[in-house]
Design a protein around this ligand. Structure first.
Ligand SMILES: *Cc1c(COP(=O)(O)O)cnc(C)c1O
Length: 358
């Protein structure tokens, strides 16, 4: 596990990597390190894995959902800005599907407000923004090694930073805050056991050397699909910024005629699985948020929230709903061959014709 941490940090280009039990644990360690007061706010996105959100509630803080750019499903500086308040403690940016956020303006906004940026790079192993790898750009980066991600250890996660103090605090968080190595160790603060096991560490170490090739193959095949479907009416390929490299955890099509479900249905008999709407509904419409099911009947920490911070009126999230409506998510894999991609492209062309006929 120590070997994996060292090699992962070196691969990513950061000073510290702390292995942990999951991507959710990585996010949890990051939030614990930021150490918000109860009711403080963490700005994030409603199009993400629930494991990126519940740790915020467990730390007593309020996830505040920024809208997204419907073309990328990612938060932007413009969607984050109106969510900032005097209670904001951090901004989480999620590079969804492996497509880096438009990070420059976000870093500028965060610097202006003195806020740390936490990158959720769980889907973005191998992605890049300018000369840096996703996860090595913000103050803290979080990764998942869950079995559906680019590389896996069955389950697992990593949290990274260049900051010595944050690293120490995140190491402590995944180790019940027991002060290993200190002269008079104690359990310093509220924390869990979120360690990665040595067994997982051994698997992760063996995966790491394969990663660059996995990402290269995924990109090569995705770029080929994009070229082949460019002229298909009603569908748009992923939009990736010129200064970024998308690492294609998934290939997210945008269906412009509003019939992503129809397109998915038409693809199915051709053997192409796809997920219209990705997560189906924004996170804030899930019961944990909508019914505030947290600790007993207390509704904590929502009870401490500014009303605007927990106003989930759909009208406030036009980009989020538009993004989900248009999204048709194709599974992606480094073992896809040129032949597979050609078949997928033909199927999309055919399905788009059928779906539009309906
Ligand atoms: C997978 C994922 C997580 C959570 O990772 P787990 O290992 O499943 O806990 C968090 N954020 C995003 C964006 C993810 O895709």
């Amino acid at each position: 596990m120590k070997t994996f941490e060292r090699e992962f940090a070196s691969w990513l280009g950061v000073k510290h990597a702390i292995a942990c039990s999951s991507g959710s644990a990585a996010i949890h360690a990051a939030i614990s390190a930021i150490d918000p007061e109860p009711g403080d706010e963490i700005v994030t996105t409603a199009i993400t894995d629930m494991g990126a959100l519940t740790p915020i509630l467990y730390q007593g803080a309020i996830p505040v959902f920024a809208d997204v750019d419907p073309r990328t499903c990612n938060v932007t500086a413009d969607t984050i800005r109106p969510c900032l308040s005097e209670r904001t403690r951090a901004i989480i940016i999620t590079h969804l599907f492996g497509n880096p956020c438009d990070t420059g303006p976000i870093l500028a906004l965060a610097a202006e407000r003195g806020l740390p940026v936490i990158e959720d790079a769980a889907q973005a192993l191998g992605a890049r923004w300018r000369n840096r790898r996703a996860g090595a750009i913000g103050r803290i980066g979080c990764f998942s090694l869950q079995q559906g991600k680019h590389i896996t250890a069955g389950e697992g996660g990593v949290v990274v930073t260049d900051d010595d103090q944050l690293a120490r605090r995140m190491f402590l968080f995944v180790n019940k805050a027991w002060g290993y190595g200190d002269k008079t160790p104690d359990h310093y603060f509220l924390a869990l056991n979120c360690r990665m096991s040595e067994l997982q560490g051994a698997v992760a170490v063996a995966q790491l050397p394969k990663l660059d090739d996995i990402v290269r193959r995924r990109i090569e095949m995705a770029v080929s699909l994009t070229e082949q479907i460019r002229d298909v009416p009603g569908v748009l390929p992923p939009l990736c910024a010129a200064d970024a490299v998308h690492s294609y955890w998934r290939y997210c099509l945008r269906v412009t005629d509003g019939n992503a479900v129809g397109l998915a249905k038409a693809l199915e008999p051709m053997g192409i699985a796809s997920a219209p709407r990705y997560i189906r509904k924004p996170a804030f419409q899930c019961e944990v948020f909508a019914a505030r099911r947290t600790f007993g009947k207390s509704q904590f920490p929502f009870t401490l929230a500014r009303p605007e911070a927990v106003d989930y009126s759909p009208a406030r999230f036009p980009g989020t709903f538009a993004a989900l409506d248009a999204a048709l998510v194709l599974p992606w894999n480094e073992r896809y061959t040129a032949e597979h991609v050609c078949y997928i492209a033909q199927a999309i062309r055919e399905a788009a014709r059928c779906a539009q006929g309906n």
